[in-house]
Design a protein around this ligand. Structure first.
Ligand SMILES: Nc1ncnc2c1ncn2[C@@H]1O[C@H](COP(=O)(O)OP(=O)(O)O)[C@@H](O)[C@H]1O
Ligand SMILES: O=C(CO)[C@@H](O)[C@H](O)COP(=O)(O)O
Length: 537
């Protein structure tokens, strides 16, 4: 029997569309693209505004200790219920979707109670997912990437494998507090019963994939690299790392797979409730930064800067050289390649705080203030770490005048705004150069994320990197990358040959004096940051 004759299969001449999801920090989003990769529909559900009953701020709950940061797992499920309805209202025809994929904020973890997979398999199409999954989790609040409460677990893991560089050589990163292995170790130590009653531990990405699959979805190699548990050479769990974190962990994690793997077909729940074709493929979900790399079709030599809740900077890597700073992940579109990533916790939320304090909550006014100050900011320089930063591990606000003397405040709000933005982007260049990256002639900076629509910010980015900044029509490349990966996962082949034709728009060019101004500022910043780190230690 041919494909066309099989009940429910997609006929060759039927429209083939692709659906991508992004379970990120502040919202869940979706994009439908057609076979030519043109966007047909987009929708989003914002946690704080659309689901106020969970009382999140920026999509998360910060506990009393100030360092434990979680999000209610069931909130993500309820957001998906709402998003599916929004997509339908936007005109999405789910019967045309040939494949679904997705992405999630990295490192966050979901704990399925024993019996969770049975609940997934028996979901009733006439009821919401969140009603049926309310009892499916052994831990109801998922630790997320902003958590920095696992310092002790990180030390223990590094000691267990022979030190921070050994761990980095093995897993692509030294121990980081938000990395999932350390979070699991803390849960095992503090909540043994809950750990024992956990059948499966998912990342946010593989948890979301499980909802579409109707069974536990595997963790993919790229997002799995953000756990301090995956051996990036063998692409299997590292037994010494597992043993250092918690017992029976391999069973609870399942076997990792390439991000392009077709992990099954869509669950009958989605066929019956939303009229998906039963042949619709589910492609492994991955982390949001790896998915952005896929959405931007990053080339070796490009630098991508994501301005989402976190600010991240990432690069394509052919050869991994893990260091004590930054991360090496397996590449989501080429299993023989890698990507390097730097993550800065104080991104958009810190910019929002300064916007609220200096610009009456208006981005327009914030931009006017930024544009009215000169490059170099009269020698004033700032570092704004409202929450303990990841790169570098500093907390607090540090302001310096042109003589590098600490000052408690700047003389005007425009100087404060420019100090924030220059400080954030100079930090990215300093730490990218520490990783060995230097921007060559002809290199492009590709900007994405919620703040990448702001031209005044992008102008500073272009100046600091002394390189042109490009954007795509769709600011959310993580979500777009999910739709692209759905197509690639279904069809197979070389990613760049299946996914081609994206156009970038030149957003900003560097000014002629930028190199001089910012090369000097990079040196000063590096020096000042090093002395702050010394003081902290
Ligand atoms: N015009 C703007 N200027 C600067 N930042 C903006 C602008 N519009 C949105 N943002 C920022 O984008 C952030 C959300 O980015 P997004 O990539 O959607 O986040 P995430 O994917 O992490 O949920 C918000 O916190 C907001 O501060
Ligand atoms: O921790 C990291 C990367 O290592 C963060 O980048 C998270 O992946 C959250 O992403 P956004 O919601 O800010 O896009």
């Amino acid at each position: 029997m041919s494909d066309v004759d099989q009940p429910g299969s997609m006929a060759p001449n039927e429209a083939k569309n692709y659906l991508g999801f992004d379970f990120s920090t502040q919202q869940v989003k979706a994009i439908v693209v057609n076979d030519r990769l043109e966007v047909l529909q987009e929708a989003a559900v914002q946690f704080d505004n659309d689901l106020p009953e969970y009382r999140t701020h920026g999509g998360v709950n910060v506990r009393g200790d100030g360092v434990t940061v979680t999000a209610p797992t069931i909130m993500w499920v309820k957001a998906l219920d709402m998003l599916m309805d929004k997509l339908r209202v936007a005109g999405a025809d789910f019967s045309t979707i040939a494949a679904v994929s997705g992405t999630g904020q990295q490192h966050g973890s979901v704990y399925w109670r024993r019996g969770g997979e049975k609940i997934l398999a028996e979901l009733q199409p006439d009821r919401f997912l969140h009603d049926q999954l309310a009892m499916a989790f052994s831990i109801t609040d998922s630790p997320i990437w902003m958590d920095s409460s696992t310092t002790a677990q990180c030390q223990a893991l590094e000691e267990a494998v022979g030190g921070p560089q050994k761990l980095s050589d093995l897993t692509g990163s030294r121990a980081y507090e938000r990395f999932t292995g350390n979070q699991i170790a803390k849960i095992y130590q503090r909540r043994k019963e809950a750990y024992t009653s956990t059948e499966r531990i998912s990342l946010v990405s593989s948890f979301a994939c499980s909802l579409f699959l109707g069974s536990y979805a595997p963790i993919d190699f790229a997002d799995g690299s953000g756990m301090n548990l995956l051996d990036i050479s063998t692409k299997t769990w590292s037994q010494p790392c597992l043993d250092a974190c918690a017992p029976d962990l391999a069973d609870k994690l399942g076997t990792p797979v390439p991000a392009s793997e077709r992990v099954g077909n869509i669950a009958s729940y989605f066929v019956d409730r939303y009229s998906f074709n039963p042949d619709c493929a589910v492609i492994a979900f991955t982390g949001d930064n790896p998915s952005s790399l896929a959405g931007m079709c990053l080339e070796p030599g490009d630098v991508a800067v994501s301005l989402g809740t976190s600010d991240t900077l990432f690069l394509w890597l052919d050869t991994p050289k893990p260091k004590l700073e930054g991360h090496v992940f397996l590449n989501p579109v080429d299993s023989n390649a890698y990507m390097a990533l730097l993550c800065f916790k104080n991104g958009s939320l810190t910019r929002e705080r300064i916007r609220n304090e200096c610009a009456d909550g208006s981005w327009d006014l914030f931009n006017q203030l930024l544009d009215m100050t000169p490059r170099g900011n009269f020698g004033n320089l700032g570092m704004y770490y409202d929450q303990k930063e990841i790169t570098p591990e500093l907390e607090g606000v540090f302001r310096f005048n042109k003589a590098d003397e600490p000052v408690s405040r700047f003389t005007s709000r425009e100087v404060e705004v420019r100090a924030l933005v220059e400080g954030q982007f100079v930090a990215k260049r300093v730490h990218a150069e520490n990783l060995g990256f230097s921007i060559g002639t002809g290199a492009r900076v590709l900007a994405t994320g919620g703040a990448s629509g702001n031209k005044s910010l992008l102008q500073v980015l272009a100046d600091v990197f002394n390189a042109p900044v490009y954007t795509m029509d769709v600011a959310n490349s993580a979500c777009l990358g999910s739709a692209y990966r759905a197509k690639h996962g279904l069809l197979g082949g070389i990613y760049k040959e299946v996914i081609k034709g994206q156009t970038f728009t030149l957003a900003c060019k560097p000014n002629s004096d930028a190199d001089k101004v910012y090369t000097a500022m990079v040196e000063r910043f590096d020096h000042l940051e090093a002395s702050l780190m010394k003081d902290t230690k």
